[in-house]
Every structure is written in structure tokens, then in C-alpha cells.
Design a protein around this ligand. Structure first.
Ligand code: SF4
Length: 345
């Protein structure tokens, strides 16, 4: 396992201490170098060796960000590794109001991707996710477009991720219309959707899945992220009850059809490392790899009922074993874009 990844896993466990002198450099760079955003995107985003990592700031951490000769370095034991910090574009100060809501309700930029949020909140209540703290509400297309234009004018991004909380079943036609609108109007952009399996009007009626996926492809969506989250059924029922109702069989059917329609390396699925036993995660990795989906490993960011301490050793083992599985099926772990892997293993 490479040195950069081992350090990333350690920082996912313990965070990083930012020394006073390093802080002075960061403060000059931007006053929003430390993001307090949704759980998986909060912290400081470091670039070092060939890694990108968004990690928490922790005064107690043994790993430090220090200043040497006006430059930033990560100090771990006796090792010094040159680093830089990516700061978000200015609009993420969240001072711009659009139609009575702050701009970051509509979009956010993380490294190379802009996340467009069609819905605030979510109809689901996954136990490790803070989406439930926000009111379930659609953002308007006009508000989203204004935010998108500002976001694109301030940051060079390579991907747009349409990532919203899950829509109520009666809102499925509305969210599909919004996918269509953005995919057709912004066909020059690389647009991915993060979503749960569905047809036009149901999450669970799998007879409609293929037609729905063909529709998304035909309007111009380039790729999909369909997150299985957990492999074990009991854990899924406890931590993602609504996803457990859709069921793993439906997830795998939808994912398999997505690969058939969108092609290899266009469909990914995230598994959380740190809730269920590792062997369960690895079974999930194998199920995904076998059908041509890029598995994405997400370290658990402790929250709510899923408040288990993150463990670097577990993250390293998960990555090592998953790489072996993926090699057997000739598929890579996702995301395929390095900067987009800033919060994954
Ligand atoms: S479906 Fe996604 S956004 Fe909604 S609660 Fe679960 S993890 Fe959060």
C-alpha cells in the first residue's frame, strides 16, 4: 500500500493538527480553508504526494500541518511531506442569497466537482447522514441555474454531480423533469447523478428500471452513482431502512442494467467502511465488481447512531482487499478521478 494512502487513512482516523504558523499561511490564502459542510465534506482539503484528502482538524492529532520556509508540510513522526491546501471558491462563503436561500443550498464545489442539489433534505433517514436535519424541499430550477452559473464562473470543475436527497415517491416525475432539464440544457458539461434505483413512478417496481435508465442516457446524463452503502441485510435495515425496502436484489438489478446502458467505468456504488464487519463490505465489493460497477469505499464519518470511531488499520485493510477483488474482475475502485476521491478510500 502506498505511503500517501496510509497517511490518508491515518488522517481519516485522527484528523490533523494545524499549527499556528501553518494557520497564518492558510488565513492569507482564504478565510474559508476549514469547511463546515455536510459530514463527508467537512474539514481541510490537503493535496500531497498523489493524494487528495479532506480531513478534520484536531488539536490532539499527532499528525501536524506545519510551515517550513513559507511552505506547508504534513509532519508525521519524523517524516515531512510537502502539501498544499485546496480552498473553496469565494461563493462558498455562503453570503449570496438567491430567491431567499443562501447559494450553498443550491450548489457546492469540492475539488474538481460541483454538486448541484435539486432537493434540500431527504425523504430517507439513513442513520449516518445529516440530510434529515434539513427541511425536505425542492429548489427551483431558476435558483439552481443562477447558483450553477456563479459556481462555474468561480471554479474550474471537471464534473457536475446532481446529488440530492431522495425524492418522495410522488415527486419522482418532478425530479426526473429536473434531470432532463439540466442534462439537455447543459449537454456540454459532464453530468453525473447520484440516485437510488427507480423507474418513472416507483422505487421498487423493477420492470421499469431499464426504460428509466435508457431515458437518463438519452437525455445526456454521462454517469451514475448508485450507492449500496452496506452489504449485510440486517445492518442495512438498521442503518438505511428505506434503502432496505428497495432491497439489494433491486439495487444489483438496477446497477447491472446501468452498466449495460451507460458502459463500464460510468457506474459506481459506494460502500461505507466502519459500520458492518469488513468481510461484509468485501462481499459487497465483490458483488459490485462482478457486474462491472466501480466500488467506492467511503470511510465512516461518525454521526448519530453510526458514531463508531474510525480506524486507519481497517481503512487500509479494506482498500488492500478490495483492490485484490477488483483486480480479479478487471475493474478499478472508484471514483476514477483522483481529486474526487478526496473523501473516499
Ligand atoms: S438517502 Fe442519501 S441523502 Fe438521504 S438520508 Fe440516506 S445517505 Fe442521506
Amino acid at each position: 500500500m502506498n505511503k500517501g494512502f496510509i497517511l490518508k487513512a491515518k488522517m481519516f482516523e485522527s484528523g490533523i493538527k494545524v499549527t499556528k504558523d501553518a494557520k497564518k499561511i492558510l488565513d492569507k490564502q482564504s478565510d474559508i480553508w476549514l469547511m463546515d459542510d455536510y459530514i463527508t465534506c467537512s474539514g481541510i482539503t490537503l493535496v500531497y504526494l498523489d493524494e487528495y484528502a479532506t480531513v478534520g482538524v484536531n488539536e490532539q492529532s499527532d499528525i501536524e500541518l506545519i510551515e517550513v520556509g513559507g511552505e506547508l508540510f504534513i509532519k508525521e513522526e519524523d517524516n515531512l511531506i510537502k502539501a498544499r491546501v485546496i480552498t473553496p471558491p469565494d461563493y462558498m462563503r455562503d453570503e449570496i442569497m438567491i430567491e431567499g436561500k443562501s447559494i450553498c443550498v443550491y450548489c457546492n464545489t469540492y475539488t474538481d466537482r460541483l454538486r448541484l442539489q435539486l432537493i434540500s433534505g431527504c425523504m430517507n433517514k439513513c442513520k449516518f447522514c445529516n440530510a434529515k436535519e434539513f427541511k425536505y424541499e425542492f429548489n427551483s430550477i431558476s435558483g439552481l441555474e443562477q447558483a450553477l452559473h456563479i459556481g462555474l464562473s468561480q471554479s474550474k470543475v471537471r464534473h457536475i454531480l446532481i446529488s440530492s436527497g431522495s425524492a418522495r415517491v410522488e415527486d419522482l416525475p418532478k425530479i426526473t423533469e429536473m434531470y432532463d432539464y439540466f442534462a439537455k440544457k447543459y449537454s456540454d458539461l459532464d453530468l453525473d447523478i447520484m440516485m437510488t434505483p427507480r423507474g418513472f413512478i416507483s422505487y421498487t417496481d423493477s420492470t421499469d428500471y431499464e426504460a428509466y435508465l435508457q431515458h437518463l442516457k438519452s437525455v445526456g446524463i454521462s454517469g451514475l452513482s448508485i450507492n449500496m452503502e452496506l452489504n449485510n441485510e440486517d445492518y442495512l435495515k438498521r442503518f438505511c431502512p428505506e434503502k432496505a425496502i428497495i432491497g439489494q436484489e433491486n439495487y444489483l438489478k438496477f446497477l447491472s442494467l446501468a452498466v449495460k446502458i451507460f458502459g463500464k467505468n460510468k457506474v459506481r456504488s459506494l460502500l461505507i467502511v466502519g459500520i458492518e464487519p469488513l468481510e461484509e463490505t468485501l462481499k459487497g465489493v465483490e458483488k459490485l465488481a462482478k457486474i462491472g460497477v466501480n466500488p467506492v469505499l467511503s470511510p465512516l464519518f461518525p454521526y448519530g447512531e453510526a458514531n463508531f470511531p474510525p480506524k486507519a488499520d481497517l481503512f487500509i485493510k479494506a482498500r488492500e482487499e478490495s483492490e485484490k477483488i477488483c483486480e480479479r474482475y478487471n475493474i478499478e475502485l472508484g471514483p476514477l478521478c483522483k481529486p474526487c476521491a478526496h473523501n473516499t478510500l
